[in-house]
Design a protein around this ligand. Sequence first.
Ligand SMILES: CC(C)(COP(=O)(O)OP(=O)(O)OC[C@H]1O[C@@H](n2cnc3c(N)ncnc32)[C@H](O)[C@@H]1OP(=O)(O)O)[C@@H](O)C(=O)NCCC(=O)NCCS
Length: 196
Amino acid sequence: MAGTGSFALEVVEYARAAGHGVLALLELVDQSRIGNEIHGLPVVGLEIEPGAAVIGLGGDRLAFWSRLVEHGWRAEPVVHPAAVVSPSATVDAGAVVGPGAIVGAATELGRHSFVSRGALVGHHVRVGEGAVLNPGANVAGNSVVGEGATIGMDAAVVNGVTVGARAVVAAGAVVVRDVDPATRVQGVPAKVFTRA
Ligand SMILES: CC(C)(COP(=O)(O)OP(=O)(O)OC[C@H]1O[C@@H](n2cnc3c(N)ncnc32)[C@H](O)[C@@H]1OP(=O)(O)O)[C@@H](O)C(=O)NCCC(=O)NCCS
């Protein structure tokens, strides 16, 4: 498990529930933690013999993964057994699906994307690489969530909308129009946030 914070424990539990053995936590940020024990697991550096890993810390998931790749780590998907994933959906390497999430028909979850607890993803949705759907996010059918975008908890994205790469949809927002890349939107209906 890549990460040693509180979120790492959440993803460790998803991985174990999905039948994966978790041997150690990989420290990517604070080298002083290496050699300690956190969440009952040894904390190790990237230099150990590589195996399969999944991202369990907040931030730029693709950037974290590129560091692991340099050290020979390989990605596998983690799907919690209490998630419901359509048989026609695809879950790419490193993607994580939490308990209570529902993923609809022909939806694609890109590499290292994260679909959290209770998030709903409709049919024919494309969730880009490294994108994050926080708890209770509801992304309707035929929508696109761009690479590295974040959908806040309990936010809704109506059908057919594209949320651009690295955009942020605030918690509770209702997105009814396309969102430009690297733009933050919030409110109902969601509007671009500009600091006063
Ligand atoms: C959008 C978000 C990232 C902004 O965080 P932030 O940068 O710390 O927020 P700011 O302090 O810049 O807020 C600026 C303004 O936006 C408002 N705002 C912040 N979040 C908002 C939201 N979700 N909906 C509506 N308005 C919001 C603030 O009230 C503030 O307004 P004000 O200036 O009139 O007081 C954050 O609020 C959010 O929604 N994060 C998602 C959280 C989530 O899903 N967590 C899951 C954890 S498992």
